[in-house]
Design a protein around this ligand. Structure first.
Ligand SMILES: NC(=O)c1ccc[n+]([C@@H]2O[C@H](COP(=O)([O-])OP(=O)(O)OC[C@H]3O[C@@H](n4cnc5c(N)ncnc54)[C@H](OP(=O)(O)O)[C@@H]3O)[C@@H](O)[C@H]2O)c1
Length: 271
């Protein structure tokens, strides 16, 4: 049986809940040794009733000190400076993982007024599936081995330099959005061609899953798989010609660049 980690979540909002739910499912955390503090009373009650977490209306200094991991799940517009200062004052040796968008490791360290073991992450939003990459930037005092089991309990993790966090947000974490858009476009194409909505949806989903699995299974680049599918003068190459003549690729690339740009803009507002 694997060892569980003791987690203290400061802020029990949507993202913290999704992370804890996945960690529970993977049995990396245990409800009775997981503490959540949220300033919203209703949230605290909901999390206690639904998951059996130990919930505290105010920060519990002793539990912050004994936790293996402190998950900072509040938002950039919340009073994160005051919160991190309170955590810093406990002199905790816990690994502190921040999901506060746009707030840098240097800003967190400065506001903590102490040497916390900080990791800044941008969590993926496919936590319930086990798929999806979170980007994690380790601070100087952080311990990669200690944070990895927890980070891997809600998907895959890519340890990246902090400068890549915005790119990761726009490309990887917003990634499912691009796929949903592609899925919608494809299913509409099926309906346009004469299939029922139900047929079109089912076929597109199966092709999405199958193509992803085939890419992984073969280890081939998608260009090579297209080459196999597109025979001389055939059906596939006719579709390929139409795709190549459209702004399909540029549309997706522009969407990613817009997401990265917006992430950077939002981060600058909070400096
Ligand atoms: N949701 C996503 O899909 C997603 C994805 C990636 C990253 N993120 C990032 O994750 C962070 C959290 O987002 P979220 O969507 O989970 O937001 P959220 O649902 O609004 O959660 C934040 C929670 O923290 C509480 N809170 C605020 N200040 C607090 C304090 N000092 N002590 C304890 N609790 C406090 C809030 O209470 P009140 O509501 O009463 O203020 C709220 O319940 C953000 O930086 C966000 O950008 C979110």
């Amino acid at each position: 049986m694997q060892m569980t980690v003791t987690v203290y979540a400061v802020g029990g909002g949507q993202m913290a809940e999704a992370i804890l739910r996945a960690a529970l499912k993977k049995e990396v955390i245990d409800p009775s040794s997981t503490t959540v503090t949220d300033i919203a009373e209703q949230r605290v009650e909901y999390l206690r009733e639904k998951y059996g977490f130990d919930t505290q209306a105010e920060l519990d200094k002793k539990k912050l000190t004994t936790a293996d991991i402190i998950l900072l799940g509040i938002r950039p517009q919340d009073n994160w400076k005051e919160t991190i200062a309170q955590i810093g004052a406990t002199q905790t040796k816990a690994q502190v993982i921040s999901i506060i968008a746009g707030v840098t490791l240097a800003q967190l360290q400065k506001a903590s007024e102490s040497k916390l073991a900080l990791t800044r992450i941008i969590p993926n939003t496919l936590t319930d599936t086990g798929y999806g990459y979170s980007g994690a930037a380790l601070g100087g005092e952080a311990d990669r081995e200690l944070v990895t089991p927890f980070l891997e309990s809600f998907g895959k993790v890519d340890f990246i330099p902090e400068e890549q966090i915005d790119i990761y947000t726009g490309y990887a974490v917003c990634g499912p959005n691009y796929v949903y858009n592609f899925y919608i476009a494809l299913t509409n194409a099926g309906v346009l061609s004469g299939l029922s909505r139900k047929q079109a949806n089912a076929v597109a989903l199966e092709n999405l899953k199958g193509a992803a699995e085939f890419l992984e299974l073969t280890g081939k680049h998608a260009y090579e798989l297209l080459d196999i599918n597109n025979s001389a003068g055939g059906v596939g190459i006719a579709a390929q010609h139409a795709i190549d003549a459209s702004d399909f690729a540029a549309g997706i690339q522009n969407a990613v660049l817009a997401a990265v740009k917006r992430t950077t803009e939002l981060g600058k507002k909070d400096e």
